[in-house]
Design a protein around this ligand. Structure first.
Ligand code: C2O
Ligand code: CU
Ligand code: CU
Length: 456
């Protein structure tokens, strides 16, 4: 099916489509006539996009965009989204980083049945924490995220923060060739290493865009890594930039420094003091330019650095009484030969067990059982030569220490565990359920590096 943006708009005419404030009209995010069950309707459907000039890429879109439409709500309020699947494949939505009830977490066969083509599912949950989050499927993730089903979920602080300007930068690379056609989302020899990389890097679906920012103002840049594979080594040479939040959670503001490594699934909220009009900065991944940030004249009085963002209401782990649980992340050995068609490769393991992406019962065998309300320290040990952004659903954890770098303890949902690194994180097991615990390099997750943790 090939659906143009115009056709989708016509299709939504009956929904009373509204524009939701600044940052563009959100067409595919309709307001229903009857608000008894939901406030928004979000459609996933095929959409041709132009990533390579003059060529079409058959992407899959949320709300008429790939990356998907930005969803916004306010901290402590309820988000009610009727998700409508107009794809030809089953899917779900997982709300990455949001502490919510298990039945809203979007994991097939654990949280819900997959949403079949033509069907819908009502997601309905409170967003307890402010910050930059995102949403994506948890079904056939290599292809579904690869085709563009990734979008920002911004939870606004309850009170004004002091930021008058902000931009969301969705980082994603695309597995496409020079004609815009998709190439393999996963190649076994890459999956067994760092993951299959996309060839074309984009920000908000555009390769090396120029972003205009108001001169003299302090702008909040919400940088989201929605990529399947890449860890971006973010740097902004010559910029006056401070880190305000990591993975949604506020930190004491500090200089960006030379480089920040943003693994798949991770987010960085920066405050950038924009220089005088005409100045250009380069946002880079290592030595590669991702975007040009251009200062344009502004009539506003010069901005000042806002205070630290208010902390999220995450429970402080009781380290004196915490029980330690160890997790070893290992390479599972040789690339298997003579694999049947459709069988899953298993290149990676957690504590000696590889997740089988085709086995719907894996979550019935949790790798750890935590007692509801109790504090735990997780010792994460990377026994491989590759880095793994380790992500936990349902709960936020506190990063305590690492044998490789100095850590200022902070809360997160994803920790980038470096090659052969050992790190300690802690949490209060305060959300009952069976929660996925996995590497967010999609190739790794789909070839073994996933497990579930039960809290009861
Ligand atoms: Cu972005 Cu299982 O998560
Ligand atoms: Cu998640
Ligand atoms: Cu990994």
């Amino acid at each position: 099916m090939h659906v143009t943006r115009r056709q989708m708009l016509i299709g939504l005419a009956g929904l009373g489509v509204v524009g939701l404030g600044a940052g563009g009209v959100r067409y595919w995010l309709g307001r229903p006539a009857n608000v008894a069950t939901h406030d928004y309707e979000l459609i996933a459907a095929p959409l041709d996009v132009e990533l390579v000039a003059g060529h079409k890429t058959p992407a899959w879109a949320y709300g008429g965009q790939a990356p998907g439409v930005e969803l916004r709500c306010r901290q402590g309020e309820r988000l009610r989204v009727r998700f409508i699947n107009k794809l030809e494949v089953p899917t779900t939505i997982h709300w990455h980083g949001i502490r919510l009830p298990l039945n809203m977490d979007g994991v097939p066969y654990v949280s819900q049945a997959p949403v079949l083509p033509g069907e819908y599912f009502d997601y309905n949950f409170i967003t307890p924490d402010a910050g930059s989050y995102w949403y994506h499927p948890h079904v056939s993730s290599g292809e579904q995220l690869g085709r563009g089903l990734v979008g920002a979920l911004i939870v606004e602080e309850r009170e004004a923060t002091g930021f008058a300007h902000e931009r969301t930068l969705n980082l994603k690379s695309w597995h496409i060739d020079q004609q815009g056609a998709f190439t393999d989302f996963s190649v076994p020899r890459e999956a067994a290493r760092g993951g299959t990389p996309g060839r074309l890097s984009t920000i908000n679906g555009v390769a090396t865009p120029t972003l205009d920012l108001p001169a003299g103002q302090v702008v909040r840049l919400r940088i989201l890594n929605l990529d399947n594979t890449h860890t971006y080594r973010l740097n902004l040479p010559g910029a006056e930039a401070r880190i305000y939040a990591l993975d949604g959670n506020p930190v004491e503001p500090r200089p960006l420094g030379k480089e920040y490594w943003l693994g798949p699934g991770m987010r960085l909220d920066l405050a950038l003091k924009v220089a005088t009009a005409g100045t250009e900065l380069s946002l880079r991944n290592g030595p590669l330019r991702l975007a040009t940030l251009r200062a344009v004249a502004s009539s506003e009085a010069p901005g000042t650095w806002p205070p630290a963002l208010p902390a999220n209401p995450v429970a402080e782990p009781d380290l004196a009484r915490a029980e330690t649980v160890r997790f070893n992340f290992e390479w599972a050995g040789a690339v298997s030969v003579g694999l049947e068609q459709g069988a899953a490769h298993s290149f990676w393991q957690i504590n000696g067990k590889a997740w089988d992406i085709n086995d719907k019962t894996c979550a019935d065998r949790p790798i750890a059982r935590l007692q509801l309300g109790k504090s735990y320290v997780f010792e994460l040990r990377n026994m491989t030569q590759y880095q793994h952004p380790i992500h936990l659903h349902g709960m936020t954890f506190k990063v305590l220490s690492s044998d490789r770098k100095d850590i200022i303890p902070y809360f997160t949902d994803t920790y980038l565990l470096g090659k052969n690194e050992r790190a300690k994180v802690a949490l209060v097991a305060d959300n009952p359920g069976v929660w996925m615990f996995h590497c967010h390099v999609i190739d790794h997750m789909e070839t073994g590096l996933m497990a579930s943790i039960e809290v009861a």
